[in-house]
Design a protein around this ligand. Structure first.
Ligand code: SF4
Length: 305
């Protein structure tokens, strides 16, 4: 099946806000406590988009950020989608993901809650996430599982924490996660500015990949390890074979063709979901975007077109 066969996205990846309670060194979206975009979709605009997603029978919406639950209208939008039968995934740093948030989400069709846990303890975790509490993130994981919600853990490898990957996988299993997501660190956003101090060596990555292959066998049937495509280069290669069926929406409603490209192909505020999906498919077929994707394979860096 190709994206031209689909009248609507297979998934909407909605970067709900740029605001975050943390300012992690490796953040690929440059989110921070001061990071709300000037023109983020408001409640009314977000509900309109949620209505269009439900009407188009998009099966699945992923909420990312920033920290999505910090936006005052997050739950109104999540509940609108959930009540319409749309499955949800929510990405969180877990710092303030308290009992009330968990209880509200537990009433909805939640496919998973993903908590970022990129350290086996406070030392490495706190280096990457200044002012963040590892205990709070772990407590959020337990709260999510205790509420019967499916838990995923994400791990961003850097030179500070890559040696702790196995311990975090084992912890993910103990916490009751069903999936562990990782891949090469992306040279985007704030991570690009701290790249020299963050980027693992190629030797580190080689050992990391061997570990992932070994643990895939060891943990089979208990914890799924997701690490393909591993790098932006591999993602670009896969995209050139067949563009993704996911429509990405930024907090201001702009639609990028892909996370690593600054090429904006639509605006849901102006075009609505259907218009944005048409523009996305048109952009995917353009030679200009194809060239930019091909350049990513060579550079592994964000490309401005
Ligand atoms: S990495 Fe996640 S938690 Fe950290 S600043 Fe970025 S969005 Fe916030």
């Amino acid at each position: 099946m190709r994206i031209s066969d689909f009248g609507a996205p297979l998934m909407v990846a909605w970067q709900f806000t740029r605001e975050c309670d943390l300012a992690c060194l490796h953040c690929c979206t440059d989110s921070s406590p001061a990071g709300r975009m000037a023109d983020e979709l408001n409640l009314e605009e977000s509900l309109r988009l949620a209505g269009e997603i439900a009407a188009a029978e998009v099966p699945y919406v992923l909420f990312g950020g920033g920290e999505p639950a910090l936006a005052p209208h997050f739950f109104s939008v999540a509940e609108t989608l959930g009540k319409a039968g749309v499955y949800l995934k929510v990405e969180t740093n877990g710092q303030r993901f308290g009992a009330e948030a968990v209880a509200r989400l537990a009433r909805l069709p939640v496919r998973s809650i993903q908590v970022s846990l990129d350290g086996a303890g406070q030392e490495s975790y706190g280096k990457l996430r200044p002012a963040a509490s590892w205990d709070a993130a772990v407590a959020a994981c337990r709260r999510i599982r205790d509420a019967g919600l499916p838990l995923e853990i994400s791990f961003a490898p850097t030179r500070f924490n890559i040696g702790e990957a196995e311990a975090v996988m084992d912890l993910a299993l103990e916490l009751g996660a069903f999936r562990f997501n990782t891949g090469e660190l992306m040279c985007l956003g704030r991570a690009a500015r701290f790249w020299d101090s963050l980027e693992p060596t190629s030797q580190d990555y080689g050992q990391f990949l061997k570990l992932l292959e070994r643990k895939t066998g060891e943990l089979a049937g208990r914890l799924e390890l997701c690490f393909q495509p591993f790098s932006l280069r591999e993602a670009a290669r896969a995209w050139l074979q067949e563009p993704s069926g996911t429509l990405m929406v930024r907090p201001d409603g702009k639609v990028p063709v892909a996370a690593a490209l600054s090429f904006i192909c639509a605006d849901v505020r102006r075009d609505g979901l259907a218009g944005a999906w048409d523009s996305y498919r048109e952009a995917c077929a353009s030679a200009e975007v194809g060239r930019a994707m091909a350049a990513l394979i060579c550079k592994d860096l964000p490309v401005i077109v």
